[in-house]
Design a protein around this ligand. Structure first.
Ligand SMILES: Cc1ncc(COP(=O)(O)O)c(C=O)c1O
Length: 434
Protein backbone atom coordinates (compact mmCIF):
# COMPACT_ATOMS: atom_id res chain seq x y z
CA UNK A 1 0.00 0.00 0.00
CA UNK A 2 1.45 3.40 -0.94
CA UNK A 3 1.76 6.15 1.64
CA UNK A 4 -0.90 8.85 1.58
CA UNK A 5 -0.78 12.45 2.71
CA UNK A 6 -1.79 12.95 6.33
CA UNK A 7 -5.04 14.84 6.67
CA UNK A 8 -5.68 17.72 9.06
CA UNK A 9 -8.42 17.65 11.67
CA UNK A 10 -10.41 20.00 9.43
CA UNK A 11 -10.11 17.68 6.43
CA UNK A 12 -10.98 14.60 8.47
CA UNK A 13 -13.99 16.38 9.94
CA UNK A 14 -15.20 17.16 6.41
CA UNK A 15 -15.01 13.45 5.55
CA UNK A 16 -16.52 12.39 8.86
CA UNK A 17 -19.54 14.64 8.31
CA UNK A 18 -20.36 12.62 5.20
CA UNK A 19 -20.26 9.32 7.06
CA UNK A 20 -21.09 9.84 10.75
CA UNK A 21 -24.04 11.90 12.05
CA UNK A 22 -22.49 15.21 13.06
CA UNK A 23 -19.07 13.76 12.21
CA UNK A 24 -18.76 11.86 15.49
CA UNK A 25 -19.79 8.72 17.34
CA UNK A 26 -20.84 10.53 20.54
CA UNK A 27 -22.23 14.08 20.56
CA UNK A 28 -20.03 16.13 22.93
CA UNK A 29 -16.89 15.28 20.95
CA UNK A 30 -18.14 17.45 18.10
CA UNK A 31 -17.30 20.53 20.25
CA UNK A 32 -20.42 22.34 19.05
CA UNK A 33 -21.18 23.80 22.45
CA UNK A 34 -17.88 25.68 22.47
CA UNK A 35 -18.42 26.84 18.90
CA UNK A 36 -15.58 25.12 17.09
CA UNK A 37 -14.79 22.00 15.11
CA UNK A 38 -13.44 18.83 16.73
CA UNK A 39 -9.82 17.85 17.04
CA UNK A 40 -8.96 14.45 15.58
CA UNK A 41 -6.65 12.53 17.87
CA UNK A 42 -3.75 10.43 16.61
CA UNK A 43 -2.48 9.08 19.94
CA UNK A 44 -2.20 9.60 23.68
CA UNK A 45 0.82 9.51 26.00
CA UNK A 46 0.46 9.86 29.77
CA UNK A 47 -1.47 13.09 30.38
CA UNK A 48 -1.28 14.23 26.75
CA UNK A 49 -3.17 13.70 23.53
CA UNK A 50 -1.49 14.37 20.20
CA UNK A 51 -3.67 15.37 17.27
CA UNK A 52 -3.30 14.29 13.65
CA UNK A 53 -1.27 17.42 12.94
CA UNK A 54 1.20 16.65 15.73
CA UNK A 55 -0.07 19.29 18.20
CA UNK A 56 0.23 18.18 21.82
CA UNK A 57 -2.41 18.97 24.43
CA UNK A 58 -2.58 18.39 28.16
CA UNK A 59 -5.72 16.25 28.34
CA UNK A 60 -8.29 16.89 31.08
CA UNK A 61 -10.91 14.69 29.41
CA UNK A 62 -9.02 11.39 29.61
CA UNK A 63 -11.67 9.59 27.56
CA UNK A 64 -14.28 10.92 30.05
CA UNK A 65 -12.91 8.98 32.98
CA UNK A 66 -11.59 5.49 32.21
CA UNK A 67 -7.96 6.58 31.86
CA UNK A 68 -7.17 7.23 35.52
CA UNK A 69 -3.73 5.74 34.92
CA UNK A 70 -3.06 8.02 31.94
CA UNK A 71 -2.97 7.28 28.21
CA UNK A 72 -1.26 4.09 27.07
CA UNK A 73 0.02 3.17 30.52
CA UNK A 74 2.68 0.49 29.87
CA UNK A 75 1.18 -2.00 32.34
CA UNK A 76 -2.29 -1.63 30.87
CA UNK A 77 -0.99 -1.89 27.30
CA UNK A 78 1.03 -5.01 28.01
CA UNK A 79 -1.90 -6.66 29.84
CA UNK A 80 -4.13 -5.99 26.82
CA UNK A 81 -1.47 -7.23 24.39
CA UNK A 82 -1.03 -10.43 26.36
CA UNK A 83 -4.78 -10.99 26.49
CA UNK A 84 -5.16 -10.30 22.75
CA UNK A 85 -2.45 -12.84 21.97
CA UNK A 86 -4.51 -15.51 23.72
CA UNK A 87 -7.71 -14.70 21.79
CA UNK A 88 -9.92 -11.65 21.74
CA UNK A 89 -13.29 -13.13 22.66
CA UNK A 90 -14.69 -16.54 23.50
CA UNK A 91 -18.30 -16.15 24.54
CA UNK A 92 -17.39 -18.57 27.31
CA UNK A 93 -16.28 -17.96 30.90
CA UNK A 94 -12.67 -17.06 31.74
CA UNK A 95 -10.71 -16.90 35.00
CA UNK A 96 -9.97 -13.20 34.54
CA UNK A 97 -13.69 -12.41 34.91
CA UNK A 98 -13.61 -13.97 38.38
CA UNK A 99 -10.51 -11.95 39.25
CA UNK A 100 -12.14 -8.70 38.14
CA UNK A 101 -15.34 -9.52 40.04
CA UNK A 102 -13.25 -10.27 43.15
CA UNK A 103 -11.43 -6.96 42.80
CA UNK A 104 -14.72 -5.05 42.38
CA UNK A 105 -16.29 -6.80 45.39
CA UNK A 106 -13.20 -6.13 47.52
CA UNK A 107 -13.47 -2.41 46.76
CA UNK A 108 -17.16 -1.54 46.43
CA UNK A 109 -18.95 -1.96 49.78
CA UNK A 110 -22.36 -2.83 48.29
CA UNK A 111 -20.97 -5.43 45.87
CA UNK A 112 -21.21 -9.12 46.69
CA UNK A 113 -21.86 -10.24 43.12
CA UNK A 114 -21.21 -8.59 39.79
CA UNK A 115 -22.63 -8.85 36.26
CA UNK A 116 -20.44 -7.35 33.56
CA UNK A 117 -21.75 -5.51 30.51
CA UNK A 118 -20.04 -3.60 27.69
CA UNK A 119 -21.19 -0.06 28.51
CA UNK A 120 -22.49 2.01 31.40
CA UNK A 121 -25.74 2.51 29.49
CA UNK A 122 -26.30 -1.23 29.41
CA UNK A 123 -25.43 -1.58 33.10
CA UNK A 124 -27.89 1.18 34.06
CA UNK A 125 -30.63 -0.30 31.89
CA UNK A 126 -30.08 -3.72 33.44
CA UNK A 127 -29.97 -2.40 37.02
CA UNK A 128 -33.34 -0.72 36.44
CA UNK A 129 -34.79 -3.96 35.08
CA UNK A 130 -33.47 -5.84 38.11
CA UNK A 131 -34.88 -3.23 40.53
CA UNK A 132 -38.29 -3.47 38.87
CA UNK A 133 -38.22 -7.25 39.01
CA UNK A 134 -37.10 -7.29 42.64
CA UNK A 135 -39.76 -4.86 43.84
CA UNK A 136 -42.60 -5.66 41.45
CA UNK A 137 -42.92 -1.90 40.86
CA UNK A 138 -42.49 0.24 37.74
CA UNK A 139 -41.52 3.77 38.71
CA UNK A 140 -38.00 5.16 38.80
CA UNK A 141 -36.92 8.40 40.48
CA UNK A 142 -33.91 10.23 39.03
CA UNK A 143 -32.37 13.67 39.43
CA UNK A 144 -32.46 16.48 36.91
CA UNK A 145 -29.07 16.83 35.25
CA UNK A 146 -28.02 13.29 36.15
CA UNK A 147 -26.96 11.11 33.23
CA UNK A 148 -27.25 7.35 33.40
CA UNK A 149 -26.49 6.59 29.78
CA UNK A 150 -28.97 6.89 26.93
CA UNK A 151 -31.52 4.42 28.32
CA UNK A 152 -34.94 5.50 26.98
CA UNK A 153 -36.69 5.92 30.31
CA UNK A 154 -33.68 7.60 31.90
CA UNK A 155 -33.47 10.35 29.28
CA UNK A 156 -36.64 11.77 30.78
CA UNK A 157 -35.82 15.08 32.42
CA UNK A 158 -38.57 17.45 33.45
CA UNK A 159 -35.99 19.80 34.94
CA UNK A 160 -38.57 21.71 36.95
CA UNK A 161 -38.34 22.72 40.57
CA UNK A 162 -40.79 20.05 41.61
CA UNK A 163 -41.02 16.32 41.38
CA UNK A 164 -42.90 15.94 38.13
CA UNK A 165 -43.78 13.19 35.78
CA UNK A 166 -40.98 12.74 33.26
CA UNK A 167 -41.42 14.01 29.75
CA UNK A 168 -39.40 12.52 26.88
CA UNK A 169 -36.15 14.45 26.49
CA UNK A 170 -35.38 13.05 23.06
CA UNK A 171 -37.46 12.33 19.98
CA UNK A 172 -37.87 8.58 19.81
CA UNK A 173 -38.50 8.14 23.54
CA UNK A 174 -42.15 7.30 23.95
CA UNK A 175 -44.39 9.06 26.44
CA UNK A 176 -45.00 5.66 28.02
CA UNK A 177 -41.27 5.11 28.59
CA UNK A 178 -40.89 8.54 30.17
CA UNK A 179 -44.07 8.30 32.22
CA UNK A 180 -42.56 5.87 34.70
CA UNK A 181 -39.69 8.25 35.46
CA UNK A 182 -40.03 10.96 38.10
CA UNK A 183 -37.44 13.71 37.95
CA UNK A 184 -36.37 15.64 41.05
CA UNK A 185 -33.85 18.46 41.55
CA UNK A 186 -30.56 17.27 43.09
CA UNK A 187 -30.13 18.10 46.76
CA UNK A 188 -33.91 18.66 47.17
CA UNK A 189 -35.22 16.59 50.09
CA UNK A 190 -38.83 17.71 49.69
CA UNK A 191 -38.79 16.80 46.02
CA UNK A 192 -37.51 13.31 46.84
CA UNK A 193 -40.15 12.84 49.49
CA UNK A 194 -42.92 13.91 47.11
CA UNK A 195 -41.66 11.58 44.38
CA UNK A 196 -41.44 8.61 46.75
CA UNK A 197 -44.87 9.42 48.14
CA UNK A 198 -46.30 9.02 44.62
CA UNK A 199 -45.91 5.31 45.36
CA UNK A 200 -44.90 2.30 43.27
CA UNK A 201 -41.26 3.45 43.11
CA UNK A 202 -38.94 0.56 42.27
CA UNK A 203 -35.72 2.52 42.59
CA UNK A 204 -34.18 5.91 43.09
CA UNK A 205 -31.11 6.34 40.90
CA UNK A 206 -28.44 8.90 41.59
CA UNK A 207 -24.87 9.73 40.80
CA UNK A 208 -23.72 10.07 44.44
CA UNK A 209 -21.12 12.60 43.27
CA UNK A 210 -22.82 14.00 40.16
CA UNK A 211 -20.48 14.74 37.29
CA UNK A 212 -22.82 15.22 34.36
CA UNK A 213 -24.12 18.70 35.22
CA UNK A 214 -20.55 19.53 36.18
CA UNK A 215 -19.33 18.44 39.61
CA UNK A 216 -22.13 19.12 42.12
CA UNK A 217 -21.43 17.33 45.40
CA UNK A 218 -24.26 16.19 47.65
CA UNK A 219 -25.23 18.60 50.42
CA UNK A 220 -24.12 17.30 53.84
CA UNK A 221 -26.41 14.47 54.91
CA UNK A 222 -28.21 14.23 51.55
CA UNK A 223 -26.96 10.73 50.67
CA UNK A 224 -27.86 9.48 54.17
CA UNK A 225 -31.30 11.00 53.67
CA UNK A 226 -31.68 9.16 50.34
CA UNK A 227 -30.76 5.90 52.06
CA UNK A 228 -33.34 6.38 54.79
CA UNK A 229 -36.10 7.69 52.52
CA UNK A 230 -35.78 4.86 49.97
CA UNK A 231 -35.72 2.20 52.68
CA UNK A 232 -38.84 3.71 54.25
CA UNK A 233 -40.59 3.71 50.85
CA UNK A 234 -39.58 0.12 50.04
CA UNK A 235 -37.64 1.36 47.00
CA UNK A 236 -34.10 0.35 46.07
CA UNK A 237 -31.32 2.92 46.24
CA UNK A 238 -29.12 2.65 43.16
CA UNK A 239 -25.80 4.50 43.01
CA UNK A 240 -24.55 5.15 39.51
CA UNK A 241 -20.82 5.19 40.17
CA UNK A 242 -19.82 4.95 36.50
CA UNK A 243 -17.78 8.13 37.03
CA UNK A 244 -17.15 8.15 40.79
CA UNK A 245 -16.42 4.43 41.21
CA UNK A 246 -12.69 3.71 41.74
CA UNK A 247 -12.05 7.47 41.30
CA UNK A 248 -13.16 9.50 44.31
CA UNK A 249 -11.88 6.70 46.58
CA UNK A 250 -10.85 3.04 46.30
CA UNK A 251 -14.47 1.98 46.81
CA UNK A 252 -16.12 4.99 45.17
CA UNK A 253 -18.44 7.55 46.74
CA UNK A 254 -20.25 4.89 48.78
CA UNK A 255 -17.06 3.98 50.62
CA UNK A 256 -16.05 7.60 51.05
CA UNK A 257 -19.46 8.68 52.35
CA UNK A 258 -20.28 5.48 54.25
CA UNK A 259 -23.68 5.22 52.55
CA UNK A 260 -24.36 1.79 51.08
CA UNK A 261 -26.80 1.52 48.16
CA UNK A 262 -28.73 -1.61 47.19
CA UNK A 263 -27.31 -1.72 43.68
CA UNK A 264 -24.25 -0.07 42.14
CA UNK A 265 -23.62 0.76 38.50
CA UNK A 266 -19.95 0.80 37.52
CA UNK A 267 -18.05 1.45 34.30
CA UNK A 268 -15.23 3.58 32.88
CA UNK A 269 -12.25 2.72 35.16
CA UNK A 270 -13.58 -0.85 35.54
CA UNK A 271 -12.64 -1.39 31.89
CA UNK A 272 -9.41 0.60 31.96
CA UNK A 273 -10.19 2.32 28.63
CA UNK A 274 -11.77 -0.67 26.92
CA UNK A 275 -15.52 -1.28 26.78
CA UNK A 276 -16.57 -2.77 30.12
CA UNK A 277 -19.07 -1.85 32.81
CA UNK A 278 -20.98 -3.72 35.48
CA UNK A 279 -23.82 -3.70 37.93
CA UNK A 280 -23.36 -5.15 41.34
CA UNK A 281 -25.16 -5.76 44.60
CA UNK A 282 -25.93 -8.28 47.31
CA UNK A 283 -26.34 -11.95 46.43
CA UNK A 284 -30.07 -11.80 47.24
CA UNK A 285 -30.66 -9.29 44.44
CA UNK A 286 -28.02 -10.38 41.95
CA UNK A 287 -29.17 -14.01 41.98
CA UNK A 288 -32.41 -12.82 40.39
CA UNK A 289 -30.36 -12.30 37.19
CA UNK A 290 -30.34 -15.09 34.59
CA UNK A 291 -29.29 -17.85 34.62
CA UNK A 292 -29.36 -17.86 38.45
CA UNK A 293 -32.78 -16.20 38.28
CA UNK A 294 -35.33 -15.07 35.73
CA UNK A 295 -34.34 -11.45 35.00
CA UNK A 296 -32.93 -11.76 31.49
CA UNK A 297 -29.78 -9.93 30.49
CA UNK A 298 -26.93 -11.02 28.23
CA UNK A 299 -24.09 -9.76 26.01
CA UNK A 300 -21.91 -11.23 23.25
CA UNK A 301 -18.86 -9.30 24.47
CA UNK A 302 -19.71 -9.08 28.20
CA UNK A 303 -16.63 -9.88 30.29
CA UNK A 304 -14.49 -9.50 27.17
CA UNK A 305 -10.92 -10.70 27.83
CA UNK A 306 -9.22 -7.51 26.61
CA UNK A 307 -11.51 -5.23 28.63
CA UNK A 308 -11.17 -7.47 31.67
CA UNK A 309 -7.38 -7.38 31.39
CA UNK A 310 -7.34 -3.58 31.03
CA UNK A 311 -9.68 -3.17 34.01
CA UNK A 312 -7.62 -5.48 36.23
CA UNK A 313 -4.34 -3.81 35.25
CA UNK A 314 -5.78 -0.34 35.90
CA UNK A 315 -7.28 -1.25 39.27
CA UNK A 316 -3.96 -2.88 40.21
CA UNK A 317 -2.33 0.57 39.93
CA UNK A 318 -4.84 2.24 42.27
CA UNK A 319 -3.61 1.88 45.84
CA UNK A 320 -4.16 4.33 48.71
CA UNK A 321 -1.09 6.29 47.69
CA UNK A 322 -2.47 6.74 44.17
CA UNK A 323 -5.66 8.28 45.63
CA UNK A 324 -3.62 10.63 47.85
CA UNK A 325 -1.67 11.83 44.81
CA UNK A 326 -4.86 12.19 42.78
CA UNK A 327 -6.39 14.29 45.52
CA UNK A 328 -3.26 16.47 45.77
CA UNK A 329 -3.20 17.00 41.99
CA UNK A 330 -6.89 17.94 41.89
CA UNK A 331 -6.47 20.37 44.79
CA UNK A 332 -3.45 21.98 43.08
CA UNK A 333 -5.47 22.30 39.86
CA UNK A 334 -8.39 23.90 41.73
CA UNK A 335 -6.10 26.36 43.51
CA UNK A 336 -4.32 27.25 40.27
CA UNK A 337 -7.62 28.00 38.52
CA UNK A 338 -8.93 30.03 41.45
CA UNK A 339 -5.75 32.12 41.51
CA UNK A 340 -5.78 32.74 37.73
CA UNK A 341 -9.50 33.55 37.66
CA UNK A 342 -9.60 35.71 40.79
CA UNK A 343 -11.77 38.71 40.05
CA UNK A 344 -13.95 36.69 37.67
CA UNK A 345 -17.32 35.34 38.84
CA UNK A 346 -16.27 31.67 38.95
CA UNK A 347 -16.78 28.67 41.19
CA UNK A 348 -14.42 25.74 41.19
CA UNK A 349 -16.22 22.64 42.50
CA UNK A 350 -14.12 19.53 42.91
CA UNK A 351 -13.54 16.24 44.59
CA UNK A 352 -10.73 13.70 44.24
CA UNK A 353 -10.02 13.28 40.53
CA UNK A 354 -12.93 15.45 39.30
CA UNK A 355 -13.37 19.19 38.89
CA UNK A 356 -15.64 21.72 37.22
CA UNK A 357 -15.06 25.41 36.64
CA UNK A 358 -18.48 27.10 36.68
CA UNK A 359 -18.78 30.65 35.44
CA UNK A 360 -21.18 31.68 38.18
CA UNK A 361 -21.05 34.00 41.17
CA UNK A 362 -23.06 31.53 43.29
CA UNK A 363 -22.45 27.95 44.39
CA UNK A 364 -23.95 25.39 42.03
CA UNK A 365 -26.22 22.99 43.98
CA UNK A 366 -28.39 21.54 41.22
CA UNK A 367 -29.07 21.47 37.50
CA UNK A 368 -30.98 24.75 37.45
CA UNK A 369 -27.98 26.47 39.06
CA UNK A 370 -25.66 24.82 36.52
CA UNK A 371 -27.83 26.01 33.65
CA UNK A 372 -27.67 29.52 35.04
CA UNK A 373 -23.90 29.66 34.45
CA UNK A 374 -22.29 31.72 31.70
CA UNK A 375 -21.69 29.14 28.98
CA UNK A 376 -20.31 31.77 26.56
CA UNK A 377 -17.55 32.57 29.06
CA UNK A 378 -16.75 28.86 29.42
CA UNK A 379 -16.70 28.42 25.63
CA UNK A 380 -14.26 31.32 25.21
CA UNK A 381 -12.12 29.97 28.07
CA UNK A 382 -12.10 26.48 26.58
CA UNK A 383 -11.19 27.68 23.07
CA UNK A 384 -8.37 29.82 24.47
CA UNK A 385 -7.01 26.87 26.45
CA UNK A 386 -7.07 24.65 23.35
CA UNK A 387 -5.06 27.25 21.46
CA UNK A 388 -2.53 27.09 24.30
CA UNK A 389 -2.26 23.30 24.28
CA UNK A 390 -4.77 22.41 27.01
CA UNK A 391 -7.70 20.15 26.08
CA UNK A 392 -10.67 20.72 28.42
CA UNK A 393 -14.11 19.12 28.25
CA UNK A 394 -15.81 20.95 25.37
CA UNK A 395 -18.93 21.60 27.43
CA UNK A 396 -19.63 23.71 30.51
CA UNK A 397 -21.60 20.85 32.06
CA UNK A 398 -18.89 18.21 32.17
CA UNK A 399 -16.26 17.29 34.72
CA UNK A 400 -12.53 17.59 34.11
CA UNK A 401 -10.86 14.24 34.74
CA UNK A 402 -7.55 14.14 36.58
CA UNK A 403 -5.29 11.10 36.24
CA UNK A 404 -2.17 9.71 37.88
CA UNK A 405 -0.23 11.09 34.92
CA UNK A 406 -1.15 14.71 35.77
CA UNK A 407 2.07 15.57 37.57
CA UNK A 408 3.66 18.88 38.56
CA UNK A 409 5.06 19.49 35.07
CA UNK A 410 1.55 19.18 33.61
CA UNK A 411 0.10 21.46 36.28
CA UNK A 412 2.76 24.07 35.38
CA UNK A 413 1.63 23.93 31.75
CA UNK A 414 -1.96 24.65 32.66
CA UNK A 415 -0.80 27.42 35.02
CA UNK A 416 0.95 29.08 32.06
CA UNK A 417 -2.16 28.94 29.89
CA UNK A 418 -4.70 29.99 32.54
CA UNK A 419 -4.20 33.79 32.69
CA UNK A 420 -4.78 34.30 28.94
CA UNK A 421 -7.81 32.00 28.98
CA UNK A 422 -9.24 33.84 31.99
CA UNK A 423 -8.87 37.10 30.05
CA UNK A 424 -10.67 35.53 27.06
CA UNK A 425 -13.50 34.46 29.36
CA UNK A 426 -13.71 37.93 30.89
CA UNK A 427 -13.91 39.49 27.41
CA UNK A 428 -16.72 37.08 26.43
CA UNK A 429 -18.63 38.03 29.59
CA UNK A 430 -18.30 41.74 28.79
CA UNK A 431 -19.40 41.23 25.17
CA UNK A 432 -22.52 39.28 26.16
CA UNK A 433 -25.73 41.23 25.58
CA UNK A 434 -27.18 42.53 28.85
C1 LIG B 1 -22.78 8.54 35.56
C2 LIG B 1 -22.84 7.85 34.23
N1 LIG B 1 -23.64 6.78 34.08
C3 LIG B 1 -23.72 6.11 32.92
C4 LIG B 1 -22.98 6.50 31.83
C5 LIG B 1 -23.10 5.75 30.54
O1 LIG B 1 -21.93 5.03 30.31
P1 LIG B 1 -21.53 4.63 28.81
O2 LIG B 1 -21.13 5.88 28.12
O3 LIG B 1 -20.39 3.65 29.00
O4 LIG B 1 -22.72 3.98 28.20
C6 LIG B 1 -22.15 7.62 31.92
C7 LIG B 1 -21.36 8.07 30.77
O5 LIG B 1 -20.70 9.07 30.77
C8 LIG B 1 -22.07 8.31 33.16
O6 LIG B 1 -21.30 9.39 33.31
Amino acid sequence: MGSRALLTSQELYGRALELLPGGVNSPVRAMRSIGRDPIFVARGEGAEVIDVEGNRYVDWVMSWGPLIAGHAHPEVVSAVQAAAGAGTSFGAPTEAEIQLAEEICARIPSAEMVRMTSSGTEAAMSAVRLARAATGRDRIVKFAGAYHGHVDGLLADAGSGLATQGIPASPGVTAAQAADTLVVPWNDRDGVERALAAGEVAALLCEPYPGNMGVVPPAPGFLEFLREATTAAGALLVFDEVISGFRVARGGAQEREGVIPDLSILGKIAGGGLPAAAYAGPRTLMELVAPAGEVYQAGTLSGNPLATAAGLATLGLLDEDAYRRLDDATRALAEGIEAAASGLPVRVQWTTGLLTLFFSDRPVRNYDDARGCDTDAYAAFCRAMLERGVYLPPSAYEAWFVSAAHDDAVLDRIADALPDAARAAAAATEEAPA
